[in-house]
Design a protein around this ligand. Structure first.
Ligand code: HEC
Length: 119
């Protein structure tokens, strides 16, 4: 008789667990569009942190390259320079002509380069 009651208890727990599993499907479905959104952005514009890039630009570049990357002070405009991300990173790391090398982390330089190309 005890065994029979234990069986009923087991079935009840199994049924509750099954319901719980059914409920878990909802957040999984919610995640799907969130996962797809960054992938689509990446294909269109490259993946970069605009806030971080602007921060560095305003601190380190604006004096020579102008408020809107149009050039000004002593540097050329950076819009439509025809440079790749790698070439911009190279300029930032090595400097070029009158531009001194910039003291940035490699990922900061790459993020900034992607942002410049998106302007
Ligand atoms: C002290 C002034 C100065 C600062 C600060 C400066 N630049 Fe420059 N930059 C220049 C000058 C001058 C050139 C042109 C160099 C040359 O080709 O003779 C240049 C060139 C460049 C180029 C290459 C443009 C091309 O068409 O070849 C890029 C890209 C660039 N700068 C990005 C930046 C970024 C991003 C920053 C901030 C992290 C920055 N620069 C900070 C003066 C500056």
């Amino acid at each position: 008789m005890k065994k029979f009651l234990m069986m009923i208890g087991f079935v009840a727990i199994a049924a509750m667990t099954a319901c719980g599993a059914g409920g878990d499907d909802v957040p999984v479905e919610d995640d799907t569009p969130v996962d797809e959104a960054p992938a689509a952005d990446e294909a269109a514009t490259g993946d970069f942190d605009a806030t971080a890039a602007e921060d560095i630009y305003n601190r380190s570049c604006i004096g020579c390259h102008g408020q809107n990357l149009q050039g000004g002070g002593s540097g050329p405009g950076l819009i439509d320079s025809g440079l790749s991300v790698e070439e911009i990173v190279h300029v930032l790391e090595q400097g070029q002509g009158l531009m001194p090398p910039q003291d940035l982390e490699p990922d900061e330089a790459e993020n900034l380069a992607k942002w410049i190309l998106a302007q």
